[in-house]
Design a protein around this ligand. Structure first.
Ligand code: NAD
Ligand code: TYD
Length: 340
């Protein structure tokens, strides 16, 4: 079995590669990644020398290079994690989101059509469903919830999903799509809520909470997401969408307070800043379909997962310190400089 994993130098893709290499040591895994600001080759150093692993630095939009790789490797399965993934960046500059998330998905699927694969899996997001109101805790996203996007990021991911469904219907490409809630865990880029708050708290810097901090996200430990994708690519039904989430809703402010508590830092570091434009209020996944059809259930409780995650950031300071001392510092100044 040969699998191309795109975006495997990023947060979830790298965790997926670790999961797959451990569980299926005989599989050949090729990571195709452009190494944007979010991709980090050092993340993959533990698998780099494995004979069943190959890293290729390439852009998924570069159809010629992608086809050359397909010609050489003849993959059975392609799992597409490659994306621009940060909502705040998409608000500042949507352009690259449209290129990578939409055009990149199309070029990968064109290569799949040309060479033939047994499965193309699109890693999507619950953000394609828009948001839910805070006063209706009885509502959840199911696979039948209409697409209703809020940000350029979610609109680009939804556009990609529509293309994936179209390639299945029009060309018979054997596709699946998963739409997962917010992930957390090791190797999460420190521009996202949880790693940003951990890094800032450890450096005694202000903890910038958008708006009133009442927004709700449904958090899933990254390994549980990887296990769900593993099940879908092996046993999921072609043409189907699977929602992934663990019924673990938390208000942003409660997460930030919990991080302060775990790190023994004062809540006075919390600084309320201007709200994100178009800020989604609540995400909440109904995972009944993947549970009933594939037997998936989340294994890591949030109270354990957040402790493991904080421990990882404490033990791997060089990984994130290198990031926050480099090019990322300019981003931070631009986004938060005037706010905190
Ligand atoms: P990430 O930003 O950490 O990693 C993205 C990776 O894609 C990086 O390694 C980057 O170098 C690579 N990449 C970007 N543009 C590329 C291009 N044009 N060609 C090749 N590689 C490129 O993102 P993540 O958080 O790991 O998310 C992975 C996927 O999961 C994304 O598709 C995202 O939409 C989806 N998702 C993320 C979450 C979450 O909570 N992080 C939740 C649900 C779905
Ligand atoms: P984020 O990690 O960017 O994920 P997403 O927007 O895809 O859900 O943000 C999670 C929540 O945390 C979201 O409601 C925005 C909020 N947030 C802050 O309050 N402060 C921050 O500095 C960041 C990055 C996010």
């Amino acid at each position: 079995m040969t699998i191309i994993v795109t975006g495997g130098a990023g947060f979830i893709g790298s965790n997926f590669i670790f999961h797959m290499q451990k569980k299926y040591p005989d599989y050949r895994i090729i990571c195709l990644d452009k190494l944007t600001y979010a991709g980090n080759l050092s993340t993959l150093k533990s698998v780099m020398d494995n004979t069943n692993f190959r890293f290729v630095k390439a852009d998924i939009c570069d159809i010629e290079t992608v086809c050359r790789l397909f010609e050489e490797e003849r993959p059975d399965i392609v799992v597409n994690f490659a994306a621009e993934s940060h909502v705040d960046r998409s608000i500042k500059d949507p352009d690259v989101f449209l290129k990578t998330n939409i055009m990149g998905t199309a070029s990968l699927m064109d290569a799949c059509r040309k060479y033939g694969i047994t499965r193309y899996h699109q890693v999507s997001t619950d953000e394609v469903y828009g948001d839910l109101p805070l006063d209706r805790p009885d509502l959840f996203f199911t696979e039948k919830t209409p697409i209703r996007t809020s940000s350029p990021y979610s609109a680009s991911k939804a556009s990609a999903d529509l293309l994936v469904i179209a390639y299945n219907r029009t060309y018979g490409l054997p596709v699946t799509i998963s739409r997962c809630s917010n992930n957390y865990g090791p190797y999460h880029f420190p521009e996202k809520l949880i790693p940003l708050m951990i890094a800032n708290a450890l450096n005694d810097k202000p903890l910038p909470v958008y708006g009133n901090g009442e927004n709700i996200r449904d958090w899933l430990y990254v390994d549980d997401h990887c296990k769900a994708i593993d099940l879908i690519i092996h046993n999921g039904k072609v043409g189907e969408v699977y929602n992934i989430g663990g019924h673990n809703e938390m208000k942003n402010i409660d997460i930030v307070k919990l991080i302060c508590k775990e790190l023994n830092k004062p809540e006075s570091l919390i600084t309320y800043v201007a709200d994100r434009k178009g800020h989604d209020m609540r995400y909440a996944i109904d995972p009944t379909k993947i549970h009933n059809e594939l037997g998936w259930l989340p294994e890591t409780k949030f109270s354990d997962g957040i402790k493991k995650t904080i421990k990882w950031y404490l033990e791997n300071r060089e990984w994130w310190e290198e990031i926050i001392s480099g090019e990322y510092r300019n981003y931070y100044e631009k986004m938060y400089g005037a706010k905190v």
